[in-house]
Design a protein. Structure first.
Length: 119
């Protein structure tokens, strides 16, 4: 069992930056692929970024490529999402996920952190 706790969300202006963190419990963090998703009000959940266990493979959703960076620190059991050049359309609840099952289905999910970008 893995527990995920996101932090770092908040209210920012367009063009600002934020860094989200996701702290995972347990001693097997390094064995899990990790990802970030987001869900805006009234919209479906959207894939943001994913990172493999050793960070050798990274992928991004088209809407965030070139602006967001996912990384992980296995010694700290933490995955990060650096978000630059934020836009109002990035406003959403951001979720951390661990242990990819298939496609965008992950076994463990955090409770989310709100990111609001004002214009």
């Amino acid at each position: 069992q893995v527990q995920l706790v996101e932090s770092g969300g908040g209210l920012v202006q367009a063009g600002d930056s934020l860094r989200l963190s996701c702290a995972a419990s347990g001693r097997t963090f390094s064995s899990y692929s990790m990802a970030w998703f987001r869900q805006a009000l009234g919209k479906e959940r959207e894939f943001v970024a994913a990172i493999s266990r050793s960070a050798g493979s990274i992928s991004y959703g088209d809407s965030v490529k070139g602006r967001f960076t996912i990384s992980r620190d296995n010694a700290k059991n933490t995955v990060y999402l650096q978000m630059n050049s934020l836009k109002p359309e990035d406003t959403a609840v951001y979720y951390c996920a661990a242990d990819r099952v298939i496609n965008n289905n992950y076994r463990y999910w955090g409770q989310g952190t709100q990111v609001t970008v004002s214009s």
